[in-house]
Design a protein around this ligand. Structure first.
Ligand code: SF4
Length: 87
C-alpha cells in the first residue's frame, strides 16, 4: 500500500479537539489503531486518520496503544469546544 507521507517525516492530522501525528517510518503495521477505532484510523481512506470521527479521549487512548510510537497526539481540548457536532 502506498502512503502519502513523501518520506519518513511526521505528518499531522488536525482535528477540532485533538491533533494526531503519524510517522510512517516507525509504523509496524500492528493495526492496534484500526482495531481500536476503525472510524478514525482506516488505511483504505485518505486521509487515513480522522481525529474528529470519535471522542478526543478515545482517540488519545488508542493512540497511546500504538506499540511503535508512530502515532502520537497533541492538544487535547475540552469537550466544550464550540461548534462541536453532537452526533
Ligand atoms: S498502531 Fe501504530 S504501529 Fe500499529 S498500525 Fe497503527 S500506527 Fe502503525
Amino acid at each position: 500500500m502506498s502512503d502519502t507521507t513523501g518520506g519518513a517525516g511526521r505528518r499531522s492530522y488536525a482535528g477540532r479537539s485533538i491533533t494526531v501525528t503519524f510517522e510512517a517510518g516507525r509504523c509496524r503495521h500492528a493495526a492496534e489503531c484500526g482495531r481500536g477505532l476503525p472510524e478514525v484510523f482506516d488505511t483504505a481512506r485518505r486521509p487515513w486518520i480522522r481525529p474528529d470521527a470519535a471522542d478526543a479521549g478515545r482517540v488519545a487512548e488508542v493512540v497511546g496503544r500504538c506499540p511503535s510510537g508512530a502515532l502520537r497526539y497533541e492538544g487535547v481540548h475540552g469537550e466544550e469546544e464550540p461548534g462541536r457536532p453532537s452526533s
